[in-house]
Design a binder for this molecule. Structure first.
Ligand code: ZN
Length: 310
């Protein structure tokens, strides 16, 4: 069992990309600054995709330009093709996140690439980042199930991971893009992928669409994963599942890990404050539960309930 986990905050990208509202650039910066203040050291800040297809990310360059100078913090830009990589490499991005898709139908609908083409494109993106002196990692999306094709063959995911490992990315992530995975599946697939990619670390990315997200995150840790994605508030739905909730919430994941003795480097009280701020900003309740219920044991100020429980 892993005793230390790095949490990658993806709310400003995966979260907001899947919300109907388009937030102003300075609100995105405020969200990112709050995550950094709570101790997050790797953050997905923007997606360099077609602004006509994803208007929520149309200000990617403006977000990158407005980010504060934060030594020790890695800004990650998501890119789906070489054009996106060129755009991202022209900004203050430290790391490119490429995406290979485990199913052809999802790949073609999401990024106009078959599964095999997406693997080749991701390898190109890793090479471009390296020659620009930057870091790059690859996420295998729909690794646990496809919204169009249904079951995804785990052999296919393992084979993709093997091919991608040859391009030597910083890490390879398995993403449950539509939130269908369960812990036994997570353990099995992660064990197989870890065995196939040698020394390359495996990251995991879960959505809580069917309420299995935190259980899956825990199963991933038990399978040796030391880096997990999450979004403050549990922001983000899924365009292919209209009533879906978003990524696993950062404050809920932080609570689970902290109370289990797994170090994350995050300040849970500040995460909860950030989640509450985000709830106010979005103007509606968000899926995260710890920012509603509060930390435990309560901090001294929060525990002063004198007179409230008579
Ligand atoms: Zn996602």
């Amino acid at each position: 069992m892993i005793r230390q986990v790095e949490i990658v905050e993806v709310g400003a990208r995966d979260g907001l990309q899947n919300e109907p509202e388009i937030l102003p650039t300075d609100t995105k910066i405020a969200l990112i600054e709050r995550a950094v203040a709570a101790g997050v050291r790797r953050i997905e800040t923007a997606s360099f995709v077609n602004p006509r297809r994803v208007p929520q990310m149309a200000d990617a360059e403006a977000v990158m330009a407005a980010l504060p100078d934060q030594p020790g913090v890695t800004w990650i830009g998501l890119v789906l093709n070489q054009r996106g990589a060129e755009r991202a490499l022209a900004t203050r991005c430290h790391e490119l996140g490429a995406v290979a898709v485990a199913s052809d139908t999802f790949g073609i609908r999401n990024q106009g690439q078959t599964s095999q083409d997406s693997v080749a494109e991701a390898a190109q993106i890793v090479a471009m980042a390296r020659s620009a002196g930057k870091s790059a990692q690859v996420t295998i999306s729909a690794a646990f199930g496809c919204p169009f094709e249904g079951e995804v063959d785990p052999d296919r995911v393992v084979e993709m991971a093997e091919v991608l490992a040859a391009s030597d990315p910083r890490e390879i992530a398995l993403a449950d893009t539509i939130g269908v995975a369960v812990p036994s599946q997570v353990k099995d697939l992660i064990a197989r992928v870890r065995a196939a990619v040698g020394s390359i670390p495996v990251r995991a990315h879960f959505h809580n669409t069917r309420n299995t997200g935190l259980a899956n995150a825990w199963a991933a840790c038990e399978a040796g994963v030391a880096t997990l994605d999450s979004s403050l508030g549990g922001l983000g739905g899924c365009p292919f599942a209209p009533r879906a909730t978003g990524n696993i919430p950062t404050e809920d994941l932080g609570y689970l890990l902290a109370r289990s003795g797994v170090a994350t480097g995050l300040d849970l009280d500040r995460l909860i404050e950030a989640g509450q701020w985000l709830t106010g900003t979005m103007g509606r309740p968000l899926p995260a539960m710890v920012s509603r219920a509060g930390n435990f044991p309560p901090s001294p100020v929060a525990s002063d309930t004198s007179g409230a429980l008579s």
